[in-house]
Design a protein around this ligand. Structure first.
Ligand code: SAM
Ligand code: ZN
Length: 286
């Protein structure tokens, strides 16, 4: 366990999604100076997503996707990837002050949990637009969890040392706003050859994927300070875990009819996770 663990306290870096004033934790609520108040759910998280900022009634991953992701990730198939994320994130700790980390689009919290347990002297927030994802994540009581959107991350301006986005969105302007001066964004996502074996099962014709576009998420305002490629063997020996893996990917919505038939008949998969990690730093003057 780390030397310092974080339990939700009176002090948060959240801002009020209505008026953008600081939110203070009082008993089981977060409240701003103008008395806008947000109850903490009994599971521990707080909902800071305004209903008029939702683009559907239940945005983000649904319960089935959350459960599939949770089972797959917690079986350890991507552990080497998680270790690489934690190692890169650790580079951002450059003073004795606690490192304020936000996992944006954190899903059910697999990577968030590891950032919290493995980076000493850190305070970790995780948010996702999906309520079922955050409800599952909230079993870790040492992270501050919220339902919120990456387009309006609910944090004070210039307050966050590191934003982590794993296979999730990067909202350049919104991230720059909440990042402390010289703060970081760690983006981790797919490399060009990610899960080629799975793609050959589900598609009649496999298109090339180019990770070059990741760099376009950043541009002005950021400097690239570290980059890493990582290959992780993914060996699955049953149809259930192959389907769980598929449910975590954007491919799940695009499988052809013949692809589904091939998938149903697949009991084992020897594939490769091909990952790219990037660490960007906010420029001093933006
Ligand atoms: C591919 S999953 C990655 C989840 C997690 N980072 C992981 O790797 O396990 C993408 C996540 O982004 C969430 N999401 C989609 N749109 C979002 C938004 N506008 N703001 C925050 N999260 C969003 C989804 O609910 C989902 O949990
Ligand atoms: Zn307010």
């Amino acid at each position: 366990m780390p030397e310092t663990t974080f339990t939700p306290s009176a002090y948060t870096l959240y801002h009020c999604p209505v008026c953008q004033q600081k939110l203070q934790a009082i008993e089981n609520r977060l409240i701003c100076e103008k008395n806008h108040s947000f109850d903490r759910h009994k599971k521990g998280y707080v909902n800071l997503l305004m209903s008029h900022h939702k683009n559907s009634k239940a945005p983000g991953d649904n319960t089935e996707m959350v459960n599939g992701r949770r089972a797959f990730l917690r079986a350890g198939h991507y552990q080497a990837f998680a270790n690489a994320i934690v190692a890169m994130a650790s580079q951002c700790q450059q003073s004795d002050k606690p490192l304020q980390i936000v996992d944006a689009g954190c899903g059910e919290g697999f990577y968030t949990d590891q950032l919290q347990t493995q980076i000493d002297n850190s305070i970790v927030y995780g948010f996702d637009i999906s309520k079922p994802a955050i409800a599952a994540a909230a079993s870790n009581k040492n992270v501050e969890w919220s339902v919120a959107s990456s387009t309006r991350p609910p944090f004070m301006d210039n307050s966050i040392d590191l934003i982590v986005s794993v296979f999730s969105r990067v909202e350049r302007e919104a991230f720059l706003k909440i990042l402390a001066p010289r703060g970081y964004v760690l983006y981790a996502g797919p490399g060009d050859q990610h899960l080629e074996g799975l793609r050959h099962i589900i598609y009649d014709q496999v298109n090339d994927y180019s990770s070059d576009k990741h760099q376009d998420y950043f541009g002005e305002g950021f400097t690239l300070v570290a980059e890493q490629s990582l290959q992780v063997p993914v060996n699955l020996d049953n149809n259930t875990s192959i389907k769980q893996l598929l449910s975590m990917t954007p491919h799940a919505h695009r499988v052809s009819k013949a692809g589904w038939a091939r998938l149903e008949n697949t009991q084992s998969l020897s594939d490769n996770g091909d990952f790219k990690l990037y660490l960007y730093q906010k420029k001093a003057l933006v």
